[in-house]
Write a new protein. Structure first.
Length: 545
């Protein structure tokens, strides 16, 4: 979840500026001051930001990237949002620090961003320097004249600002349907106005500063997605990042890191054999050794028994529908076969209503009620009820906090396969030999180990084949491809930089050595930025870690 930071860091924000790890970073920067090269004429001008600095791992990562680039002679030009967004924004809004908490959290975000760049030779550039009061008034007037549909469809220079505003809004309120949010029309226009203001500032900064590269927080959502689009329109190499686990970071070139696009690297990578060491590591990963900052699949003692399990036949041919969290970026805007995730679930229920010889177990994502983050408002159960769908006798909806695991379901019932939207289940279970049917643009769709229907007819035909015919397992060659995918995804793309671990971050003892090294995953990222090259390309990718 991109907005994990709020619940995890709320108690620490007040003390953020004097925290031990920030002080340690400052001492490291002072220690290497003599090694930091003064930018020379012709050195790359690399624009940073805005950072997601309020999330401590992102703060550390941006500081580390900037220091490593400065050690190699680059000039760093940081920018940050100094409270030019109103009511709520990408960082703070809705259930993630919005409402009455927004003003205070906005001030904290500004102060922390300023703290991040305090020692950088080039003063951090506030967005407000490139936005006048008349600009703000003009944008407000333009947006005020739009109705809800017009605001949602608002587009300029091939940038879909309206859809970006919608994605921020539903993520802030943990739903997928904007109309479920009180005051959704006004809030959508708030986000649209904020994005247009941010975009105008970016355009003027890019025009004046003329950076050679741009490095930014993950660009799936609005204020960072806009920067990516503007850079691509100007042929400026753009790099995004997201600290995704306790000690691993996702990086991408001209894309959102969490889009998880492996298509360029996969053809060559998938032809490389797995070693015994690889398979041993993958087995451990499949067994649960994952090191997540938040493992939202584990409910930390908040699980409950689900009586529905007692009603399920152990002998009927069964499929398991593994749902995503409906508002999360992994599920948003990914549809291929159905209109969206809920349409897929409802249509699958209806198919089983007409095929009583089979049964369906719907497993909502545990993160709907995970205690580490705010509770999802538009749950799978709520969406089914909202659409007035009565479950037939052969369809079983589990609680999101049910104590049963997917592995236990597979072993307990006559499970013939998984049906998925984009969840990780779609490559985990093929790696163990269990078929998976995809319905959306998952990062593994079409990679050779899933069943990938292109239409509803193909989808339902696939379900019938798995249930009505003899039990099938994933072929050895496809199973191996799934395992190769795990290796690339979890041990190349998700890269252990060696810089820090956890949240709050524990700074590595060899932090300086990693910054200065010419080898390893982090050095590969730095070299890619300096040369304006893809981080994960057709012939090279982040080294194994």
């Amino acid at each position: 979840m991109l907005n994990q930071y709020y619940r995890l860091t709320k108690s620490r924000i007040r003390n953020f500026l004097v925290s031990d790890w920030v002080g340690k970073l400052d001492k490291i920067e002072k220690k290497i001051e003599v090694s930091l090269r003064k930018a020379r004429s012709g050195s790359p001008r690399i624009l940073f930001g805005p950072s997601f600095a309020i999330y401590p791992p992102s703060f550390v990562l941006d500081r580390a990237l900037s220091l490593a680039l400065r050690l190699r002679g680059a000039q760093i030009l940081p920018i940050y949002c100094d409270s030019i967004q109103q009511v709520e924004c990408n960082v703070c809004g809705g259930d993630w620090g919005g409402g009455e908490r927004f003003a205070e959290n906005c001030r904290n975000c500004k102060r922390i961003s300023e703290r991040l760049w305090r020692k950088n030779p080039h003063n951090a550039i506030p967005l407000s320097e490139y936005l006048s009061a008349s600009d703000t008034e003009r944008i407000a007037d333009e947006v005020a004249n739009l109705d809800f549909a017009q605001a949602m469809a608002y587009e300029r220079n091939s940038i879909d600002y309206g859809m970006m505003a919608k994605d921020i809004l539903v993520n802030n309120y943990l739903v997928a349907t904007p109309t479920l949010i009180e005051g959704h029309e006004k809030l959508l226009k708030v986000h649209l106005q904020n994005l247009l203001a941010v975009s105008l500032s970016y355009e003027r900064i890019l025009e004046e500063q003329k950076p050679d590269r741009v490095v930014s927080n993950d660009s799936y959502y609005g204020m960072w997605a806009i920067m990516q689009r503007l850079c691509q329109a100007r042929s400026i190499p753009y790099y995004s990042h997201w600290p995704v686990t306790q000690n691993r970071v996702a990086f991408a070139y001209n894309d959102a890191a969490m889009n998880l696009d492996f298509t360029k690297s996969w053809p060559k990578f998938s032809n490389s054999p797995l070693t015994q060491e690889d398979n041993d590591l993958i087995e451990k990963w499949l067994g649960g050794e994952r090191g997540l900052v938040i493992d939202s699949t584990r409910l930390s003692g908040h699980e409950s028994d689900d009586p529905v399990l007692q009603k399920i036949s152990q002998h009927k041919p069964t499929l398991v529908l593994a749902a995503n969290v409906i508002w999360d970026l992994a599920a948003l805007n990914k549809q291929i076969v159905f209109e969206d995730m809920i349409d897929w679930i409802i249509q699958t229920i209806e198919w089983f209503r007409g095929n009583q010889g089979f049964q369906l177990i719907i497993r909502p994502h545990p993160a709907e009620t995970a205690p580490q983050i705010p509770k999802t408002r538009e749950t799978v159960e709520a969406a089914i009820e909202l659409n007035r769908v009565e479950l037939p006798e052969n369809v079983f909806l589990l609680k999101s906090d049910a104590s049963v695991t997917l592995s236990e379901i597979v072993n307990r019932f006559d499970t013939r396969g998984m049906v998925v939207h984009t969840t990780t289940v779609g490559y985990e279970y093929p790696a163990m030999g269990i078929p998976a049917v995809t319905t959306a643009r998952s990062p593994y769709r079409g990679f050779g180990f899933t069943i990938d229907p292109e239409s509803r007819q193909e989808y339902f035909s696939s379900l019938n084949s798995l249930l009505a015919e003899e039990r099938v397992t994933v072929s050895d060659s496809s199973k191996e491809l799934a395992r190769k995918f795990i290796k690339f995804y979890q041990f190349h793309y998700y890269s252990n930089t060696g810089l820090f671990s956890g949240n709050p971050p524990e700074i590595s003892d060899n932090f300086v050595e990693v910054l200065q090294s010419n080898e390893g995953p982090f050095a590969h990222v730095i070299d890619s930025i300096l040369t304006g090259s893809p981080i994960n390309g057709r012939d090279s990718w982040i080294p194994f870690s």
